[in-house]
Design a binder for this molecule. Structure first.
Ligand code: ADP
Length: 262
């Protein structure tokens, strides 16, 4: 269990309310509701195609929802409310809102034409959140946090996958997000590089930022999660703490899934 269970952070409370998402005739998310306390670590597990990634992407409005809504600290994500109706925000306002939701992608997505330091300072400068000296100072602190202080001047292609992902995590932290979303952060890595990325994420969990992590690494989930959610076919089948979900799941589908991945 993590120290943030005694969460002093009052920010980063995610509420997912009856969310639906369709791709044509296919329903990718079917009535998903989830309350994620500020400062907690939630791990989402489930078979491929069960909607985990889609759910994560709706939390920062990379995907529009077709029903329901999502709030972070009572602010509607992607929408504003007028009377009883929700209206989608303008692109500019969506981008502004996205600053408070960090996203770590499966494939790192670093800017190849920028070095490590430039990758990290890009967003704080673009959003005029920090001046250049402040942004560089902060980037170096974040590189220290992910164990890559000596790589500030390196180019992404000179780094291993594990190092690139650690830079991507530092970059996601540069805007002091309320929430960080991790979409299978280790699935593109060679097995020997998985551990270094998971250990950085484990350290972050202690800092008290709300984290939602989609992963197949059940051992990692056991160590880091306050809450585990099992999804199948666009629905939440079961959720609970590590003990309930990984040691003593109730639903057959959860048991079957775990017996295949453990
Ligand atoms: P998971 O992350 O659990 O593997 P996804 O959220 O990626 O699952 O996908 C859920 C379902 O939605 C799958 O059937 C997938 O094929 C479908 N899907 C995801 N993204 C798209 C898209 N952009 N267009 C059409 N179908 C999609």
């Amino acid at each position: 269990m993590t120290v943030n269970q005694t969460a002093q952070h009052a920010i980063g409370h995610i509420q997912i309310n009856h969310v639906f998402k369709n791709y044509g005739a296919h329903t990718a998310l079917q009535d998903i509701s989830l309350d994620i306390p500020a400062g907690s670590v939630t791990v989402i597990i489930g078979p491929s195609g069960s909607g985990k990634s889609t759910l994560l992407r709706t939390i920062n409005h990379l995907e529009r929802v077709d029903g329901g809504f999502i709030q972070i600290d009572d602010e509607f994500i992607g929408y504003r409310k007028e009377g009883n109706k929700l209206y989608e925000l303008k692109e500019r306002d969506i981008l502004k809102q996205r600053k408070s939701v960090g996203y770590v992608f499966q494939n790192f997505n670093l800017f190849p034409h920028l070095n490590v330091l430039q990758n990290i300072i890009e967003a704080p400068l673009a959003h005029k959140k920090l001046n250049k000296d402040q942004a560089i100072l902060k980037a170096n602190q974040l590189l220290g946090l992910v164990g890559l202080r000596e790589k500030a001047e390196a180019w992404p292609k000179q780094l291993s996958g594990g190092q690139q992902q650690r830079v991507a995590i530092a970059r996601a932290l540069a805007l002091d997000p309320k929430v960080i979303l991790f979409d299978e952060p280790t699935s593109a890595l060679d097995p020997e590089l998985v551990g270094e990325v998971l250990s950085v994420i484990k350290n972050l969990a202690k800092l008290g930022t709300t984290m939602v992590i989609v992963t197949h690494e059940i051992g990692f989930a056991r160590e880091v999660a306050d809450h585990v959610v099992f999804m199948d076919q666009g629905k939440i089948i079961e959720q609970g703490n590590v003990q309930q979900m990984l040691e003593n799941p109730k639903e057959e589908r959860t048991k079957n899934f775990l017996s295949r991945v453990l």
